[in-house]
Design a protein around this ligand. Sequence first.
Ligand code: NAD
Ligand code: UDP
Length: 332
Amino acid sequence: MNVLVTGGSGYIGSHTVVELMTAGHEAIIVDDLSNSKECVVSRIASICGRKPSFYRINCTDAGKLARVFVENDIDAVIHFAGYKAVGESVTTPLAYYRNNIDSTLTLLEVMEAYGCKKLVFSSSATVYGPENPHPYREDMPAIQSASPYGWTKVMIERILTDYCTSKPDFCAVLLRYFNPIGSHTSGLLGDDPNGIPNNLMPYIARVAAGQLEKLTIFGNDYRTPDGTCQRDYLHVVDLAVGHLKALEYAQDHEGVEAFNLGTGKGISVLELVKAFETANSISLPYVIGPRRAGDLPAFWADASKAKNILGWEAKLSVEDMCRSAWSFASSS
Ligand code: NAD
Ligand code: UDP
């Protein structure tokens, strides 16, 4: 298959491109490099032995996106492109709504113009919002969110649902990711955000590398076993494999379908810090700080739907996640 991967030089996108190419597909990356670097493309090439096509294009540019469809016979699209920092979305909501919604609408219009009917979309566990009890199941109402970022995911899920109603032969697979961490075993790809990381693991990795002084744990007074927040951390390579399963599913299905991609287990911030220290024989300086606005105490996935229907389940351990994250951070 020829698969257009928007946001394909980003963290999850680059790992997914590797899995796609390893499985014999062609990957065509569209990325504006707003949160990634072009060297990722040659790193993918050195892992896979061949280079994916790369277009430095903003997905909101319909004309340039159309050119990609003209030059490549696109069979399916995986849509990663979007801004993803929860806190930043609170301070710059218009940028988030403009980029995330507009890029999706533009992509759908261009897909329609070129008869492309298979889409896998990067959604998030954030769509379950603060009201649903965990573990989250796909049949729970996904109509709330705690941030403008989260609302963009809720809105895009709605847009895709309405679009599938109007185009019964279109298939949109909504993948609701939990907390991807870790890196490709080569140490060449990983989570390397521009600026100071917002997410826990890249922050830990930069502290371990001595680039940041210490980790601040956002609150230890939650009603959880050790007082710190619990999340469902999964290895990014497992997550990437989930996209191939979703593409296979889309080939012989129509309509919209949501799947959680998580391990089904909650791990606390302190447990992850300890796991990183143990896996890498590193001592990690940290302090306990105040809670971060908008953080939920605990959530994880009910991952049974992906297992039963897609035949996907997370296989890699927390130790694998911590080792590979450090292998990337210490070599880049
Ligand atoms: P990332 O920032 O590493 O990758 C996103 C890529 O999209 C970047 O390379 C960026 O340059 C590009 N991009 C952004 N806007 C664009 C536009 N308009 N046109 C072209 N390229 C554009 O993020 P990631 O962690 O790989 O996340 C990928 C997707 O998964 C995002 O949609 C994110 O919201 C979603 N997601 C991520 C997580 C997570 O924890 N990382 C969790 C749930 C969902
Ligand atoms: N966290 C933390 N310190 C940091 C970054 C994150 O204590 O510097 C905590 C955060 O409060 C949350 C967990 O780590 O409980 C995961 O946060 P992240 O931003 O990685 O993912 P989220 O679940 O918020 O999408």
